[in-house]
Design a protein around this ligand. Sequence first.
Ligand SMILES: *[C@@H]1O[C@H](CO)[C@@H](O)[C@H](O)[C@H]1NC(C)=O
Ligand SMILES: *[C@@H]1O[C@H](CO)[C@@H](O)[C@H](O)[C@H]1NC(C)=O
Ligand SMILES: *[C@@H]1O[C@H](CO)[C@@H](O)[C@H](O)[C@H]1NC(C)=O
Ligand SMILES: *[C@@H]1O[C@H](CO)[C@@H](O)[C@H](O)[C@H]1NC(C)=O
Ligand SMILES: *[C@@H]1O[C@H](CO)[C@@H](O)[C@H](O)[C@H]1NC(C)=O
Ligand SMILES: *[C@@H]1O[C@H](CO)[C@@H](O)[C@H](O)[C@H]1NC(C)=O
Ligand SMILES: *[C@@H]1O[C@H](CO)[C@@H](O)[C@H](O)[C@H]1NC(C)=O
Ligand SMILES: *[C@@H]1O[C@H](CO)[C@@H](O)[C@H](O)[C@H]1NC(C)=O
Ligand SMILES: *[C@@H]1O[C@H](CO)[C@@H](O)[C@H](O)[C@H]1NC(C)=O
Ligand SMILES: *[C@@H]1O[C@H](CO)[C@@H](O)[C@H](O)[C@H]1NC(C)=O
Length: 879
Amino acid sequence: MLIRLYIILGVYAASSYAANHTVFKTCTQVGVCNRLRDMPSTAQWTYIKHNVNGDNTLVTVKLEIQKKTYSLFIGLLENHKVRLQLKDTSRGAKKRHEIKDVLYPDIPKSIRITTEDDDGFLTIVPNDATMRNHSVLIHKSPLVLNFTYNDKTLVVLNSSSLNMSYDKTIRDIGFTVKFEDAQKLYGLHHHAYNLELPDTTLKTVNGSHWNEPFRLWNSDARDFEADSPMALYGSVPAIYGHSKKSTAGIFLHNAAEQWVDISYSHGSASARFMVDSGSFDLFVMLGPKPEDVVKQFTDLTGRAHMPQLWTLGYHQSRWSYYTKEEVLEVVKNMTQNDFPLDAIWLDIDYTDDKKYFTWSKNFTGEDGNGVRQMLKILGDDGRKLVAIVDPHIKVDENYGVYEEGKNKHFVKVKDGRTDFVGKCWPGNSSYVDFLNSAARTYYGNHYSDNSFNHGHPEVLAGIWNDMNEPSVDDDQHEWTMPSDNRHSSKGNRKFDVEHRDIHNMYGFLHTMATHEGLINRDKNGTRPFILTRSHFAGSQRFAAMWTGDNRADWPHLKNSYSECMLSNLMGHVFCGADVPGFFGDPDPEFSYRAYQAGIWLPFFRGHAHKDAKPREPYRYEPEVQEIIRNAIRMRYKYIPTWYTLFYEHTLTGAPVIRPLFYHYPGTVNRNDHIMLGRDILARPVFEPSNETKTIEVHLPGNPPDFWYRVDDKSSKIIIAGTTEIIPYVDANTSPVFYRAGSIVVLWDYDVSSTAETVRSPRITLYVNCKDDKNHTASGRLYHDDGFSFDYENKNKHLYVDITFTEETGLKFEEVPEDPDQDSEDMKIYVDKVIYNERNSGSTYKSTRHEIDVDGNLFSNIDIVQAIRNDKELVYKLTR
Ligand SMILES: *[C@@H]1O[C@H](CO)[C@@H](O)[C@H](O)[C@H]1NC(C)=O
Ligand SMILES: *[C@@H]1O[C@H](CO)[C@@H](O)[C@H](O)[C@H]1NC(C)=O
Ligand SMILES: *[C@@H]1O[C@H](CO)[C@@H](O)[C@H](O)[C@H]1NC(C)=O
Ligand SMILES: *[C@@H]1O[C@H](CO)[C@@H](O)[C@H](O)[C@H]1NC(C)=O
Ligand SMILES: *[C@@H]1O[C@H](CO)[C@@H](O)[C@H](O)[C@H]1NC(C)=O
Ligand SMILES: *[C@@H]1O[C@H](CO)[C@@H](O)[C@H](O)[C@H]1NC(C)=O
Ligand SMILES: *[C@@H]1O[C@H](CO)[C@@H](O)[C@H](O)[C@H]1NC(C)=O
Ligand SMILES: *[C@@H]1O[C@H](CO)[C@@H](O)[C@H](O)[C@H]1NC(C)=O
Ligand SMILES: *[C@@H]1O[C@H](CO)[C@@H](O)[C@H](O)[C@H]1NC(C)=O
Ligand SMILES: *[C@@H]1O[C@H](CO)[C@@H](O)[C@H](O)[C@H]1NC(C)=O
């Protein structure tokens, strides 16, 4: 105890920048964590009997402990997953709350199983021999569950650590999951931390940490520190255990407060969950490769639909732009200074007195037409507007939205009758009870108000859902609402659910309401774009997320990579961080490095706190502007690649950005390396130049594979599995590599917004040949109309394999897994093909050939061939 406290003081004394830890609690201050953290593993669960249901899809094991009986339900799911639910089934037992809506509606059904019962073991295996890769092995006494893949145990649940307490106030769930063979654990998104979870049971971590478990309790973590296990805005209670040999995962389907201790020992790793409430509903995902686990997790929690194309461009925001004139001037200044821009954002001050779905006079003008005019101008200019809409509703008898919701659609206090009132931006506010589907509809319908859209919903095209942890100005309750507030689960006005049971999914439900509202507003024709601060497992189905109110400093910038890579591994692919950071007035060097790093995160927005000096890109000195301009332009060039990766996510759940170990299991993780798909590796500069002049890049893989360095046009070859020391030559240096064997597709020209490109997409193909003997390379490209659901409902899209070999030249073919595509209307033109090839006989040198293809229609195949001329290849255009 003393040691912990001492370390905490040590950390905070050293930093002037810190969250208020008088408000945010530590483990010992929270009942469940305090009770369960150091509890000895001595629980004695007794196996009584088991039975299998009629259609052989579910095993029920009767258990007993302390004279109570429990039922453990075990089902095997397709694609190597297992679901375990443990319920108290003794007479008169209280029912624990079971959350709804989080799992993807089409979650795979349990498959038929066979059981074998002998010698103190019960084994559950799939009935169908072709699926017989995963099984559950139950050792009856003492009760231990092994989850195996091809007969190898990957995950173990030992009942000695399992605690299910339930009385008047205590609803604890405690258990420990062991990942056999795991060298690293990843998960528990969202924390500002390195990707890899550290051992939290050691007295110090990296010499600078307090001995605290990771906490999942969505909160408005004001001034959160970098490199900290403190709870942030969102929660994904899932962990992947990873080693070179295998990767397996678990997902606790529970939205109550959780604390998780991580420990490593002798080649395995354990996670101890201490859960405040809710039910025990655990999924085990048996991989065995990282991509399998991600697929399994997104089978359960769903995948994002395609984003609209413009959302992948640059977004400019600030708290706040106060008038319509200011909004238009920012856009004009961006254009005049040649900064590409797709969207301009409005923070809370655009509203009339923080009443959402209304506009202040500064925008409507005296005649009430101001918003319509502004939207018209933005739309004609190919730009979009994104406006903030929070979940708290101002208590004001003259505010229609409040009047409509009063006594009906708001969260109640403990008595289940009185609307809860808490303080937020507008002062006294009530909070929409998004658990209640009727309340979701009431709220969602307001997105269709003409007084909100002013006739241009196609320009007011994005919604920003903030403060949805939910944030309440109440330091007695860690800046959120009391846990004993009440929600209504059935839309029947019976306020039967305690806030503590659903706290971590409040933001998820908020975005669900917004998503439904936008689908209805846009007659189901346009893919909604929503940015959310709070999120939960499955939020990817409704919204993009960002890392919240970060600070413009190097540690936060570095963390943003781990935060978004983890978010991507946990299904939530559309992630970004405020550039160059929300709080603070960073120096120019930091700002341009933050832009260079920010372009490699899926969501890319410049944003600033109210008290920060204005820092739109055109405010910097000309030299700095030029660096930032180059970075933003670079972002736009890669949009075809981003878009293709997003499509692939919709198919398999694959992350858009990836840590090295995703494709190269067992590779030492680097928090500052990011992979855009399989083929592009970026390693921006995260080091201030007064502290270091070189950076290290680790190129994953094994020889003879290699990578081309492309940011400096040198196309220098770097052998896979080696570490390259790069001096940063100048401020524009931000290393990028292409994998030999890949084809990368870019819009290799400058645009002012994506709208310009949609009209006539022209691409450049970078063909990165494998080696000097076998010039093979391949890649994929996806394209569609950029905004509608036709890509999905009518299969109107193009998704092609692009391959190159010496013999055949370049070839474009429909991706075989996507045979029903209707690409009739998809016209793409090829501007240029650039070949990178290793020089014959040379280890490190390469040559770059550039072929002007002159806007050939993409679908005209065979446009470029390679012909061997003595030793050298010659690339020729043949029509
Ligand atoms: C932290 O919060 C406590 C409790 O609200 C308050 O008394 C204190 O002034 C705050 N400290 C800082 C540095 O804001
Ligand atoms: C599943 O098991 C079968 C039979 O043991 C094996 O042939 C197959 O490769 C396994 N599948 C996977 C994905 O490991
Ligand atoms: C279950 O897994 C543990 C840990 O790997 C192992 O020691 C034990 O033998 C396994 N039990 C069975 C029945 O295979
Ligand atoms: C289960 O836990 C008990 C108590 O800690 C321990 O003695 C036993 O070895 C564990 N069993 C397995 C298979 O890990
Ligand atoms: C759970 O832990 C509590 C202590 O917090 C203990 O009183 C109780 O007996 C335990 N219950 C079970 C089922 O292990
Ligand atoms: C736009 O640029 C002009 C000229 O540099 C500057 O005076 C003005 O403050 C800028 N306005 C905004 C809103 O950025
Ligand atoms: C309206 O705009 C003016 C000028 O920028 C600003 O001073 C004022 O605070 C704004 N009013 C509101 C309600 O935002
Ligand atoms: C939107 O369209 C999809 C596909 O046609 C359909 O499944 C869904 O129910 C529609 N939603 C609404 C709200 O109409
Ligand atoms: C480097 O510069 C930054 C800000 O310009 C400063 O905060 C930092 O202390 C400097 N580091 C060294 C080692 O001088
Ligand atoms: C070279 O490419 C051809 C296809 O064009 C393939 O069949 C062959 O296996 C490749 N050889 C090597 C060494 O990769």
